[in-house]
Design a protein around this ligand. Structure first.
Ligand SMILES: C=C(CC[C@@H](C)[C@H]1CC[C@H]2C3=CC[C@H]4[C@H](C)[C@@H](O)CC[C@]4(C)[C@H]3CC[C@]12C)C(C)C
Ligand SMILES: C[S@@+](CC[C@H](N)C(=O)[O-])C[C@H]1O[C@@H](n2cnc3c(N)ncnc32)[C@H](O)[C@@H]1O
Length: 396
């Protein structure tokens, strides 16, 4: 038996005595008020559960995929990659669908283990991870010369971490597009909760065929997103179309660097692993990315790998560097997290064993543990960068 303190029993007795004294109408009114209060509190609790800033281990889902289909969809995703070296996604016409599946599988895990910004960042001296991440996002607002009253496009917006920074620092309105409905729902809820809803909107759509009129935006950006396109010209061409003449487009591109040797089987293997664990059809070289922009009509204003601060083209081409070397390499955050990833895998395995995680989520997590190792190898060897900055301008 639980001992109830005397003060509590006395208070309950007093209240029920008072209730007995009421007439029927008064009792009815008290009942209705109690019911309304209970409903209000329950809805608050429910709202809180769906609006959590990040999911807990027990709440990991397969995004827009029904939980009974997660394993099946993951297997189909895995089978879509060719077994030959350098092959990537075999049927490129399925890329957009596969990327949508990929993001249903990983979005909760990313938010749970990384945060609301699905990208890497160069670490700034004497600044922590979050400050460096925000600076990497704010750089975009500066490069695009965004101001209040302007309209910007976030091409491949994820759950909206970057759009909230860009809208807040610039005062411009940011429209985000993502292929994944689950991300639209998460991004919209975060925007509302964080007070940036009036400056933002998020739509589900394919960035190869965007639901926006020609010349809609005063600036556009893509953070680690256009690497998912089956062909870079297709997405760059769409961005060119929806931009106003004279405005800028900036991309942080995933590309192989000049250190990558397509004849070196070890290099090819690392890049294949990166493609598979990140939903990429193939990897482009930095030169192919530059050329893709020029092919669709853009002027190249700046081309710079922020991982090494080495300028390829831009205002500092004559000798000086394009910025300071990052104080810590971008992949250090992954390397330092290796121990945490192992613990996370243990937790995902446990919730899988007791039936609280959708079947297949354990396999998705294992894929991410493995890809973290490949990304570290790509970074250490210098054959790959996730942050090649390309600044383009649509001619007047
Ligand atoms: C731009 C893209 C995504 C970049 C990164 C945000 C993600 C790349 C690899 C991801 C992760 C790897 C290991 C995971 C870990 C095992 C897990 O326990 C917690 C989440 C990870 C840290 C996860 C987080 C996001 C990444 C760093 C691509 C897709 C184009
Ligand atoms: C690695 S996430 C980056 C998200 C965001 N830029 C950030 O930094 O947080 C890549 C994003 O590109 C989006 N994406 C990939 N292919 C797409 C397509 N064909 N159309 C629209 N969005 C796409 C994904 O849905 C995802 O939101």
């Amino acid at each position: 038996m639980v001992a109830v303190p005397a003060a509590v029993t006395q208070a309950v007795d007093r209240l029920s005595a008072e209730f007995d004294k009421l007439n029927t109408t008064q009792k009815y009114a008290v009942g209705v008020a109690g019911g309304v209060t209970a409903l209000f509190m329950a809805s608050k609790l429910l709202f809180k559960a769906t609006e959590k800033s990040k999911p807990s281990t027990f709440e990991l889902t397969g995004g827009s995929i029904d939980s009974s289909k997660v394993k099946e969809e993951f297997d189909a995703y895995a089978d879509s990659y060719g077994k030959n070296a350098g092959e990537g996604i075999v049927d490129r016409s399925k890329t957009v669908h596969l990327v949508d599946i990929f993001y249903s599988l990983v979005t909760d895990i990313y938010e749970w283990g990384w945060g609301q910004s699905f990208h890497f960042s160069p670490k700034l001296p004497n600044k922590d991870l979050r400050a460096s991440e925000a600076a990497h996002e704010a750089r975009i607002a500066a490069l695009l010369r965004l101001k209040p009253g302007m309209k910007a496009l976030d091409c491949g917006c994820g759950v909206g971490g970057p759009m909230r920074t860009v809208a807040s620092v610039s005062g411009a309105h940011v429209s985000g597009i993502t292929i994944n409905q689950y991300q639209v729902d998460r991004a919209t809820a975060h925007n509302l909760k964080q007070g940036v809803a009036p400056l933002t909107d998020v739509v589900r759509g394919d960035f190869l065929n965007m639901p926006f009129k020609d010349a809609t935006f005063d600036g556009a950006y893509a953070i680690e997103a256009t690497c998912h396109a089956p062909k870079l010209e297709l997405v760059y061409g769409e961005i060119f179309r929806v931009l106003k003449a004279g405005s800028y487009f900036v991309s942080y591109e995933w590309v192989s660097t000049h250190k990558y040797d397509s004849q070196n089987p070890e290099h090819v293997k690392v890049i294949d692993e990166i493609n598979f664990g990140n939903g990429l059809p193939e990897m482009r070289t930095w030169k192919q990315a530059e050329d893709a922009g020029k092919n669709v009509g853009f002027e190249l204003v700046m081309s710079l790998d922020l991982a090494t601060a080495s300028v390829v083209a831009g205002p500092w081409q004559n000798g000086s560097s394009g910025g300071a070397q990052p104080s810590t390499a971008w992949y250090e955050r992954l390397r330092m997290g290796k121990f945490t990833h192992a613990i996370n895998h243990g937790m995902v395995t446990a919730v899988d064993a007791i039936g609280l995680a959708p079947k297949g989520l354990k396999e998705v997590h294992h894929m991410l543990v493995e890809v973290a190792k490949s990304l570290i190898k790509g970074g250490e060897t210098g054959i790959f960068t996730p942050m090649h900055l390309l600044l383009f301008r649509k001619p007047e």
